[in-house]
Design a protein around this ligand. Structure first.
Ligand SMILES: Cc1cc2nc3c(=O)[nH]c(=O)nc-3n(C[C@H](O)[C@H](O)[C@H](O)COP(=O)(O)OP(=O)(O)OC[C@H]3O[C@@H](n4cnc5c(N)ncnc54)[C@H](O)[C@@H]3O)c2cc1C
Length: 492
């Protein structure tokens, strides 16, 4: 006889944990969410600055419908809980030769801009690329991303039912190879190749299929009024309304099993009995025994690891470059920019991403404004940041921006920087990887763990779990886990 009101412990209030917690509390479970941090959101976090809290994690919100559905499914309207506004400019791109290109929410405007900047041939090539990636995105959405546990056999059957997809997939090529065949201008190869980094890969080692990632952004980018963490807070608040309880500053040290199924979790504040546990941390933490030897088989080794990053969050006055909300300052040499990352070294010629969150919606800030600046990095097993490494990174960033005409007053300092070592500390066992297992390799997508684990009562959600990293994907993984738990616990 199933327990009529099962006790569910959710370890982690990242977007995957929050999504599942909301769904489970709405479904009638007694839900307790535990997180080591002092607020919900996990990677969706902020840091203080003189201009107010500045985003220090994700900034590009895509696939809004995932969140509309999440709120709708619990009888709520997202608009009553958090304000999401569409950004007309998806991103502004700057190349070393002075070329500047805005990709727009309106595809016709993007096409016009590409034609104006790169000519008619590039515009034609973009149209073909956009149509093919749209076809791939739609074909993989239901059987892969929306599916709780996709299989290689199932996907193969899907492809065989639609053989027109096979040439578009270019399964034997890397993203860079496929893009070089599509676009004759290397700047567009560089632009669309960068989307590999959205899931922690590099374009010359990631499968061409990942070119479909650009579609997620191409279908619209939203900004969360007040910062990304407001979305996490809104979901946590709604889960609380449905009866979930949240305990922050609470670290889970062990997940206990009895007779092969989940029995309790041990925290630094005591023991909590559980009928089921959802783990929202990096699955590698379970595999490496950080939560006890009884649950190591919940996930296989999640290696190789995806990229990490150096992230500077700060307030400054900016002059010299006409920044939009989302900006990309490209490396000088697309052929070699990512090579140091494959050797676990710092990039000397990096592409930089700059989020100027006070410019969202076309605003022009006066005085100091908030910036998040991201430079890709290799993962690391270290947990102690190296001051010299931080200084070197800031010198590379400062020189790059100065050489492109952007001046910041003041320039970011070591105190503004989150290093791969910091990420490894805050997200245990992650090696600082921000997107779980590396997406490199054609079958990488099938090597991520799914919601159900081999241990009865233990479930997984988050960016390291199917369908993968990024805020909407991690939210989908939370929905998959929530649905599996409700089903297994005989709740609605
Ligand atoms: C700098 C940066 C930029 C990014 N940019 C974007 C972007 O623009 N767009 C986008 O869509 N995605 C972006 N991402 C990726 C996105 O943020 C993540 O994929 C997503 O937020 C991961 O959510 P998650 O569910 O895996 O939980 P996480 O955010 O990883 O949170 C997991 C939580 O679990 C808690 N936890 C783990 N172990 C324990 C334990 N033992 N006890 C208690 N608590 C525990 C942690 O404290 C943490 O709060 C970015 C990430 C970073 C870091």
């Amino acid at each position: 006889m199933p327990n009529p009101t099962p006790n569910i412990v959710v370890i982690g209030a990242g977007i995957g944990g929050l999504t599942a917690a909301l769904q489970l509390a709405h479904g009638g479970a007694r839900v307790t969410v535990l997180d080591s941090h002092d607020a919900p959101g996990g990677k969706m976090r902020t840091r203080p600055s003189v201009a107010g809290p500045v985003d220090a994690g994700p900034t590009v919100l895509t696939l809004k419908h995932v969140f509309d559905t999440l709120f709708h499914d619990v009888g709520a309207d997202i608009a009553d809980h958090v304000t999401l506004l569409p950004e007309p400019i998806l991103a502004r791109h700057f190349w070393p030769d002075g070329t500047q290109l805005d990709l727009m929410a309106d595809p016709a405007e993007s096409l016009r801009n590409i034609r104006d900047v790169f000519g008619g041939r590039a515009a034609q090539q973009f149209t073909t690329f956009r149509d093919q990636t749209a076809q791939l995105f739609d074909a993989f959405d239901a059987p892969m991303m929306q599916s709780q546990a996709p299989t290689l056999a199932g996907m193969t059957a899907q492809v065989l039912r639609n053989p027109a997809m096979i040439p578009a997939m270019q399964s034997h090529r890397t993203m860079t190879r496929a893009l070089s065949r599509r676009f004759s201008d290397p700047r567009l190869v560089q632009l669309f190749g960068r989307y590999a980094t959205y899931v922690g890969g590099v374009p010359d080692r990631s499968p061409a299929l990942l070119n479909l990632i650009s579609q997620a952004e191409g279908r619209g980018v939203w900004h969360v009024v007040g910062g990304m963490h407001k979305l996490a807070q809104a979901i946590a608040d709604l889960a609380t309304v449905h009866g979930a309880t949240f305990h922050y500053n609470t670290h889970v040290t062990r997940v206990e099993t009895q007779d092969g199924r989940i029995a309790a979790v041990q925290t630094d504040a005591g023991r909590i009995k559980a009928d089921a546990v959802l783990f929202n941390g990096d699955p590698q933490a379970l595999h490496t025994g950080l939560l006890g030897t009884g649950v190591t088989q919940a996930a296989s080794a999640q290696t190789p690891r995806s990229l990490s990053a150096y992230v500077a969050s700060f307030a400054s006055t900016a002059t010299g470059l006409p920044l939009a909300g989302h900006n990309v300052i490209f490396a000088d040499d697309p052929a070699t920019e990512y090579a140091p990352l494959s050797r676990d070294q710092m990039q000397t010629d990096p592409t930089l991403y700059i989020c100027a969150q006070d410019r969202f919606g076309g605003q022009t800030p006066t005085g100091p404004e908030r910036f998040e600046l991201i430079m890709n990095a290799s993962p690391t097993p270290q947990t102690t940041p190296d001051h010299k490494e931080a200084e070197t990174c800031l010198t590379i960033i400062t020189n790059r921006l100065r050489s492109r005409g952007l001046h910041l007053d003041p320039w970011p300092t070591v105190a503004d920087l989150t290093m791969p070592q910091d990420f490894n500390t805050v997200f245990p066992a992650s090696h600082g990887s921000l997107y779980g297992r590396s997406p490199q390799g054609l079958l990488a997508a099938f090597k991520r763990p799914t919601a159900r684990t081999p241990i009865a009562g233990l479930y997984l959600a988050g960016g390291g779990v199917h369908p993968g990293a990024g805020v909407p994907m991690a939210a989908l993984s939370g929905q998959h886990a929530g649905a599996a738990m409700l089903q297994d616990l005989h709740l609605t």
